[in-house]
Design a protein around this ligand. Structure first.
Ligand code: IMP
Ligand code: MG
Length: 385
């Protein structure tokens, strides 16, 4: 069996959804294990754009794929119902099988009843208390705070109290199963764990307090009850340039006309909130930190096409001192090199850019993505040919 994880390396929005979706055909279960509907994972199916907030980025066109929302997540059940309902509709439009119970998408969705719940009060608390963080106001931090404060509510509590959204989810076929109830199935399946956010937004290792509250590293997989899983690869996804939503340090941020042009070119507006994203150059000091803290051993780089036609591209190869802890990002002084730009995915300059990355962070780049179509996602061997 093969098990992999796909993590965000820095500030989220690297294109994990697109990568998960592209690789998902080789996996039986696509599993989310952290965060909640603060995440926005963008997927294109047959040219149509979909955003998954709670559901993993599985390819529902493939009837063999199932998904699992593991206990490390915090789940707003109303949002989950809305998302599953919308996905069911899109799926029946796609298959033409209207109301055929056997083919219901809902029956391929599993939720661990031990996951904690986001309650309306949590969203109110976010709005009142977390503006300075740039929170998405989805109640994620306050829900984790209740969990840690030992006063949280779990999905299992809502099942026991016959919550109306849980009942609706059960009616459309969604299963509520603990990780151990599925252990036989998991141990004989190929598993793809899809991270949420990125290592620099991790509660422990990100730029605290400007972080989310889940586990963006591999730790979240183990914490969700997959303690014995053997991961064959942990892929870290990064864009060829960087973006960030919300407040907090962003050492390689750029401003002014150049930033505006890059934001427009890359359509860099939040998938969840629509906020304009801050933009900057690729930061190999932060990437190196994230690889080590995240447990990442292979890289996937995305959005090279956004930089097509630029004469020069800047790249931060280090800071004045190597960052070893979150506070090192606050006063970091990036050291840049400038390299020639590229015009297509098989341009030698792009290949050289990737080589600099691999040599600096000592981690191989396995795939690149240069657009939203399936054929724009390529194993790195294509670049070498
Ligand atoms: P919260 O998790 O919604 O409270 O947000 C905390 C910080 O993490 C804010 O800076 C958000 O913009 C950021 N954040 C949370 N989720 C994501 C995500 O999926 N992508 C990018 N940034 C995120
Ligand atoms: Mg996103």
């Amino acid at each position: 069996m093969t098990n992999i994880a796909i993590l965000g390396t820095l500030w989220g929005d690297e294109g994990k959804g697109r990568i998960t979706h592209s690789l998902s055909s080789q996996y039986d279960w696509i599993i989310r294990y952290s965060g909640g509907n603060n995440a926005g994972h963008t997927i294109y199916r047959n040219g149509v754009k979909y955003v998954h907030n709670l559901l993993p980025s599985f390819d529902w066109r493939d009837p063999n794929q199932k998904c699992f929302l593991a206990s490390g997540m915090v789940i707003d059940v109303e949002q989950l119902y809305n998302e599953v309902f919308a996905a069911e509709k899109a799926y029946s439009d796609y298959t033409g099988l209207i109301d055929n119970k056997l083919n219901r998408l809902g029956s391929r969705i599993y939720v661990d009843p031990d996951a904690f719940v986001v309650l309306p009060g949590h969203k109110e608390e976010d709005k009142a208390a977390n503006v300075h963080i740039g929170s998405t106001n989805r109640g994620i931090g306050p829900a984790y705070k209740s969990k840690v404060g030992r006063c949280g509510v779990r999905i299992i509590d809502l099942i026991r109290s016959s919550n109306s959204f849980i009942n609706k989810l059960i009616n459309i076929g969604v299963h509520f199963k603990h990780v151990l109830e599925l252990k036989k199935c998991f141990s004989s399946s190929n598993l793809l764990f899809e991270g949420a956010q990125g290592v620099m937004l991790d509660l422990n290792h990100g730029v605290y307090p400007y972080v989310s509250c889940g586990d963006a590293t591999v730790a979240g997989i183990y914490a969700s009850g997959f303690a014995n899983v053997k991961l064959d690869a942990v892929y870290g996804v990064s864009k060829a340039y960087l973006t960030k939503v919300g407040e907090g340090p962003f050492p390689t941020e750029i401003f002014g006309e150049q930033a505006d042009a890059l934001r427009e070119q890359g359509k860099e507006y939040g998938a969840t909130t629509g906020r304009p994203r801050r933009v900057g150059w690729l930061d190999l000091a932060a990437l190196n930190y994230a690889i080590q803290k995240g447990g990442i051993n292979k890289l996937i780089l995305t959005k090279f096409d956004v930089l097509y036609g630029m004469d020069e591209v800047k790249l931060c190869v280090n800071y004045d001192k190597e960052p070893v802890c979150p506070s090192d990002f606050y006063d970091a002084k990036p050291q840049y090199i400038t390299v020639p730009g590229w015009k297509s995915y098989n341009d030698k300059n792009l290949k050289d850019f990737i080589k600099i990355i691999e040599e600096t962070v000592k981690c191989s780049v396995e795939y690149i993505s240069c657009g939203i179509k399936d054929e724009d996602f390529k194993p790195i061997i294509v670049v070498d040919s």
